[in-house]
Design a protein around this ligand. Structure first.
Ligand SMILES: Cc1cc2nc3c(=O)[nH]c(=O)nc-3n(C[C@H](O)[C@H](O)[C@H](O)COP(=O)(O)OP(=O)(O)OC[C@H]3O[C@@H](n4cnc5c(N)ncnc54)[C@H](O)[C@@H]3O)c2cc1C
Length: 389
């Protein structure tokens, strides 16, 4: 259907660029995918993603979901704790929107390596995709005109974004984040935890069996100091902040500390270049929204590039419409994560009252829980429209 269109260039073969390349190739686009890293280097990152229902829908449409199922760790309960006021609430499958309930899961945890290996295997066999992995990727701006669209999926430090002079707004948090894979004693793997602590949120995400990904937010210097500890000292420190009844048994990888920021490109398009995934936005990992937001960019771009109007009129209008369509979701999720971090890392009495009221409503109102879970899981913009079954 799109054979007569100029090829598409995607810079960045991370989870965003790779999934987009496969989606476009499925619809007959010819795609050139560039990354300075080799396939092995791209797959080797030690990280786990919390997937929400918006990602499940996209992966199902692209024919990936069933293949990923053996690598997914579903969780049926998300336990939210506010340590400052000693209140907690459970989100369960009963709080899901009716169109999500048949999955019987609040969300899923997926290891980066399993995901990327599957994506790489699909990229390698697609006749419509030309892979340029492990190659120097800089291109003079003029030579990019030969592509119908240039898609920057080259991550938060996006060289493409800098090359084309996109405006970029960024705020670095004093909080950083430490990630580690930990085995726990006798912990039910159907539970995920998000604990709000005065020094920052702590997420404990099931990876299957008794293994969990810990995402620990705290002042960056403390994260770096924790990452430098020996195994038993690290596990000792971890055990002092865990929810009641959780006991760490073994450390499964080397803890790593990262700075955290909220960043945003006010406009995601310029000429025939669009920003997709973390090249266009970044938010605090609280709530595990990051990759799901990136994949909602992918979903919107795929819908536009395969629409009847794009087939009729070509790609010209796609960049502007894409930028406008993504604005609301990106802004509301970015602001919500920022507000959550500020609200729960604070001990002002007026804010403690707001937290008590919020937790009370969540605990006692099924409607409040359902709406909150849908905003987290499918995106705030879906609250104003019906979800596909
Ligand atoms: C500590 C931490 C925990 C997180 N936890 C979660 C979570 O639980 N759930 C979740 O959904 N998200 C999470 N995230 C966010 C998630 O990691 C990102 O959303 C995701 O990696 C973004 O994917 P991406 O493909 O847009 O960018 P990246 O994964 O950064 O990929 C960018 C790619 O572009 C390539 N590149 C760089 N320069 C060039 C160039 N000049 N030309 C071509 N290619 C280039 C890079 O080599 C890389 O392969 C977390 C992030 C952090 C830091």
């Amino acid at each position: 259907m799109t054979g007569s269109l100029a090829p598409i260039r995607i810079n960045g073969a991370g989870p965003t660029g790779s999934l987009l390349a496969i989606g476009l190739a499925n619809f007959g686009y010819s795609v050139h995918l560039f990354d300075p890293l080799t396939a092995d280097q791209i797959c080797s990152r030690s990280r786990a993603y919390a997937l929400t229902h918006s990602s499940r829908r996209l992966l199902t449409r692209l024919g990936f979901w069933n293949e990923l199922v053996p690598f997914l760790s579903p969780f049926k309960t998300l336990r939210l704790e506010d340590r400052g006021i000693n209140r907690s609430v459970n989100f369960t499958e009963l709080d899901l929107h009716s169109s999500n309930q048949s999955t019987q899961s609040v969300g899923w945890i997926l290891d980066h390596r399993s995901l990327m290996k599957l994506l790489m295997s699909r990229l390698e066999i697609s006749p419509h995709i030309k892979l340029h992995l492990g190659e120097t990727t800089h291109q003079p701006s003029k030579s990019l005109d030969s592509f119908g669209l240039v898609i920057a999926a080259d991550g938060p430090r996006s060289p493409t974004r800098s090359q084309f002079g996109f405006p970029w707004w960024s705020h670095t948090y004093t909080q950083g984040c430490l990630t580690a894979k930990v085995r726990f004693c006798d912990l039910n793997s159907e539970y995920a935890f998000e604990c709000f602590r005065p020094e920052g949120p702590l997420a404990i995400l099931p990876l299957g069996n008794s293994d969990f990904q810990v995402v620990w937010s705290a002042p960056l210097h403390r994260c770096r100091q924790l990452a430098g500890l020996g195994t038993s000292a690290f596990l000792d420190q971890l055990s002092t902040i865990l929810p009641q009844g959780l006991e760490p048994d073994a450390l499964l990888d080397s803890p790593a500390a990262f700075p955290l920021e909220i960043s945003f490109a006010p406009k995601l398009n310029r000429k025939n270049v669009v920003l997709v995934g973390e090249s266009g936005h970044r938010c605090h990992p609280v709530g595990g929204q990051g990759l799901n937001l990136c994949w909602r960019d992918v979903d919107t771009l795929l819908q536009l590039m395969t629409s009847a109007s794009c087939v009729r009129r070509g790609l010209k209008t796609v960049p502007g419409v894409y930028s406008r369509r993504r604005y609301f979701d990106l802004l509301t999720v970015g602001l919500a994560t920022d507000l959550l971090v500020r609200l729960f890392s604070n001990r002002q009495s007026a804010l403690l009252f707001v937290r008590r009221f919020g937790l009370f409503m969540l605990k006692h109102s099924p409607l409040f829980r359902r709406v909150s879970l849908q905003a987290m899981s499918d995106g705030p913009s879906t609250l104003l429209q019906s979800l596909p079954e």
